[in-house]
Design a protein around this ligand. Structure first.
Ligand code: ADP
Length: 507
């Protein structure tokens, strides 16, 4: 044998992998030393035996099929789709997880199969530990999301009451400027807490995977118009030029999620811009519809750009503009993930920021029926306050706070703690009266069902306002909102509440 030949021979004998050569009948024709050691046989014991000797009984049938399949289409390949599937048997009957590679080996005596076997016990243990760690992390993350969702939901009721009480106190202290100013500051703080709660509830709901996007054709111009109305007051208060471009685009999207995504981007653009403009536009670029939110604000340092989508991350948490908690862009990230969009940001510190949301063109609807715009309170009619209010609210402190607030606003309020208690009040409702009810009530019925019952009994569209601590989930349950019925979220915006009562009341 040549010198190289003997080196190869040596390498083969002591290769780190166990090597076997098997003929077409599955008889072992060669086994290297590593194979003998791994399986616990002497060389004489293995050669001449069927390969089945090394395979646990329960795999034998499958193994036969494997060998037949391999001989039919020989190629260099890993055996079995997942390593978790494969086991080999030692001479003493014990088993070990095995990684097995097969390769065809042709010579003048015919076709053979080279088999390389590796003991995967350690690798399997590592991969099992990784899977367990990953599951544990996912479990912890889900528990965190559930905790956040429950905590923020439960905080809504008391905050809702505080908001109403503060609005009442503001009315009562009009003649006392000092006290009034203090309460205005308090209102500002309550607004901040409300924003935080909303963001926490949004992100935990998105992350928990509980949201299933409801796709309908949505006219982007309609969303732009709603957003313009929503953000114009804050743009005006900072003397910023807020512009929305015209757009003919109709997207197949989830109206609420899509709106939420743009709300967060526009809110940020306004928050981090002191002078100049915020522009919202759309362009068709190749296979994408690109929505752009651009501002002339403080910008983001380049080394921070890849962190801003992280939860609770803020570039300058002590900054003067600080009004958020670092969840806005995490919400944008989650919504984009759900809708299949990609978001990119480019920014120059001191000059401004441009965020691009790319929507794949196949999500574009060009000639679809256009979805009706979201119900909106019309221009608030002059306060026509002869309506009476029937208030159905099961939480006593919220009920008392709402009653007080509405009475101070000049309404006659009749309240009830349960659907049964509300019956006689509902029966006496006049056409000008408005029902305000919590969506989720103690007991079996929802506020919506109470409304449907009273409408059926009276044979008319009794006007109503439904309040909910989780407006988004409620709107997902209610596929087609009834007419002359408005939905508001808790903690309620007291001005919006009065606007909606005015709109629903007598004209
Ligand atoms: P926050 O609640 O602090 O606004 P976000 O998650 O919305 O949190 O944004 C994360 C950080 O990214 C912000 O704290 C801010 O520093 C930065 N940022 C986001 N949008 C802009 C923007 N348009 N201009 C400048 N900085 C921005």
């Amino acid at each position: 044998m040549t010198e190289i030949g003997s080196i190869v021979q040596h390498l083969l004998q002591f290769s780190p992998d166990s090597l076997l050569v098997v003929d077409q009948q599955g008889i072992i024709r060669y086994a290297n030393d590593t194979a003998n050691a791994l399986f616990g046989y002497t060389p004489q014991q293995l050669v001449g035996q069927s390969l089945e000797l090394l395979i646990p009984d329960r795999f034998r049938l499958r193994h036969g099929a494997h060998v037949a399949g391999f001989l039919h289409a020989p190629s260099n390949r890993e055996m079995g789709a997942r390593i978790a599937d494969l086991y080999a048997r030692r001479a003493d009957g014990t088993e070990f997880p095995a990684g097995i590679r097969l390769a065809p080996l042709d010579n003048d005596q015919g076709r053979f199969i080279a088999v390389a076997v590796r003991d995967m016990t350690e690798r399997r243990a590592i991969s099992d530990a990784l899977v367990a760690a990953r599951e544990e992390a996912d479990r912890a993350n889900r528990a965190k999301s559930r905790f956040l969702a429950t905590a923020s939901h439960d905080l809504r009721q008391p905050l809702h009451a505080v908001r109403l009480l503060n609005a009442s106190l503001l009315t009562l202290t009009r003649d006392n400027p000092q006290l009034h100013e203090l309460l205005e500051r308090q209102e500002y703080a309550i607004d901040g807490a409300t924003r935080l709660l909303n963001a926490l509830l949004d992100i935990s709901r998105l992350e928990s995977g509980a949201i299933d996007p409801q796709l309908t054709p949505v006219r982007v111009a309609g969303i732009f118009a709603d957003l313009a109305r929503e953000f114009e007051p804050s743009a005006a208060s900072k003397r910023l030029d807020l512009r929305f471009a015209d757009t003919p685009v109709v997207l197949m999207t989830d109206r609420m999620l899509f709106t939420q995504l743009l709300q967060n981007l526009i809110g940020n653009a306004l928050k981090y811009t002191e002078r100049g403009y915020v522009k919202v536009s759309q362009a068709l670029e190749g296979d994408f519809v690109v929505l752009k939110v651009e501002d002339s604000g403080i910008g983001i340092p380049p080394d921070k750009l890849d962190r801003i989508f992280d939860e609770y991350y803020q570039v300058d948490p002590r900054g003067g503009q600080r009004a958020g908690v670092g969840l806005g862009l995490a919400i944008v990230r989650e919504v984009s993930r759900l809708l299949g969009y990609t978001v990119s940001v480019d920014s120059k510190p001191g000059e401004g920021t441009r965020v691009r949301v790319s929507v794949p063109r196949q999500k574009l609807m060009s000639d679809s029926p256009v979805a009706a715009g979201e119900p909106r309170p019309g221009a608030a009619a002059a306060a026509a306050r002869h309506s009476r209010i029937v208030l159905l609210e099961d939480n006593p402190s919220v009920r008392i706070a709402t009653e007080l607030f509405l009475q101070l606003e000049g309404y006659e309020v009749h309240s009830a703690a349960s659907a049964a208690e509300a019956e006689p009040l509902l029966a006496k409702m006049e056409p000008a009266d408005v029902l305000i009810t919590d969506y989720r009530l103690d007991g079996a019925v929802t506020g919506l069902e109470v409304l449907q019952q009273v409408r059926a009994r009276q044979g008319r569209e009794v006007p109503a306002i439904l309040l909910s601590g989780d407006l988004e989930s409620m709107m997902r349950v209610i596929k087609s909102p009834p007419s002359r019925c408005r939905f508001l979220s808790k903690p309620v915006d007291t001005k919006a509440l009065i606007e909606v009562i005015t709109e629903l009341g007598p004209h």
